[in-house]
Write a protein that binds this ligand. Structure first.
Ligand SMILES: [Zn+2]
Length: 323
């Protein structure tokens, strides 16, 4: 039971990724809530951006992505806020931790270290200030991403920035995408989750993937769960790795569907379609906890993926066809 819970990649209860991020926030003292090593998040965000924006037609209501990774003072415990203000130049706005390369935000001229202080003339000084509380939380930044998403659906927005002592306003457009938001969680287990809104990948999994192509398979598999709304099917779900540990017979229909769908997402984004097999073979060789991950599970997953790739080979237009 514990094992199932640990390796479930589709959260049985919605909001697991969120709940996880809150748990992280509670422990975080001097790092922004939910934010793991910046490189882990930057890598995950870049892969997620590329996959999501290559597949905007796969959900009814696409998100508006910008490639911005933000933080705010609510993400720091109260005792760390003065240091955050000094170190990161954060006041009441949303500081730019990182930008995905060649994203809409980068093309708009936004830079790392900028602080967003107003959007379309709305000053953010009192934005969701009730969320700046006694504990570090990512909730205020998340609320701002919600606002940004709603705003950019109506077209480019005027974004006012504080850059050192200068105040500048730039025009930022969103790029439609599909599949969720992305969060790297500090965790020593190989795992990934989707909860309908988020794709969460552990730091161990991010570093385990040999390259971005392998990691993109992990992300695409979780995005597939979100796009296919597997969280709404109810019942307990098996996970990215559960079936590898528990035997081939335990692979559920939703996992097979997510693997096959992930191939379509990867193909459209131009990722190497041989990477999923490499990752699964690699996973098949590790011991997870004290449980050897069995080969039959990995082999069956590889067969499913190979079949999905074969469909592209027979139909070259499949990768660009609507789902
Ligand atoms: Zn899964």
């Amino acid at each position: 039971m514990v094992i199932l819970a640990m390796v479930s990649c589709l959260s049985p209860a919605g909001g697991q990724a969120r709940a996880q991020s809150h748990a992280v926030a509670d422990n975080a003292q001097s790092v922004p809530a939910t934010r793991n090593a910046p490189s882990d998040n930057a890598r995950l965000e870049a892969i997620g951006y590329r996959l999501a924006t290559a597949n905007p037609d796969r959900c009814e209501l696409p998100q508006m992505l910008t490639g911005l990774m933000l933080h705010d003072i609510a993400g720091f415990a109260p005792q760390d806020r003065p240091a955050a203000i000094r170190t990161h130049g954060l006041t009441y706005g949303f500081g730019v931790l990182h930008l995905v390369s060649d994203s809409r935000a980068e093309r708009a001229g936004i830079r790392r270290g900028d602080e967003i202080v107003a959007i379309n003339g709305m000053d953010l000084e009192h934005f969701a200030e009730g969320l700046i509380g006694r504990k570090a939380t990512y909730d205020r930044t998340e609320a701002f991403f919600d606002l940004l998403d709603r705003t950019l659906r109506n077209g480019p927005a005027a974004v006012a920035l504080r850059r050192g002592n200068a105040h500048i306003t730039l025009s930022l457009a969103g790029e439609p995408g599909c599949g969720g938001r992305f969060v790297a969680l500090p965790d020593k287990n190989l795992n990934a989750w989707a909860d309908g809104k988020y794709v969460a990948v552990t730091s161990k999994m991010i570093r385990f993937a040999a390259d971005d192509h392998e990691l993109a398979f992990v992300v695409a598999h979780e995005m597939a769960h979100n796009i296919l709304e597997h969280d709404k099917l109810g019942g307990s779900a098996s996970g990215l790795l559960a079936e590898l540990g528990l035997g081939a017979g335990r692979i559920k229909a939703t996992e097979i569907e997510a693997d096959a769908y992930a191939i379509q997402l990867l193909a459209r984004a131009g990722y190497d379609l041989s990477a999923p097999e490499r990752l699964l073979r690699h996973v098949g060789k590790v011991r997870w906890m004290d449980l050897p991950i069995t080969h039959p599970g990995a082999s069956r997953r590889i067969a499913i993926i190979t079949e999905a790739i074969g469909k592209f080979d027979r139909s070259p237009s499949a990768a660009s066809a609507a789902p």
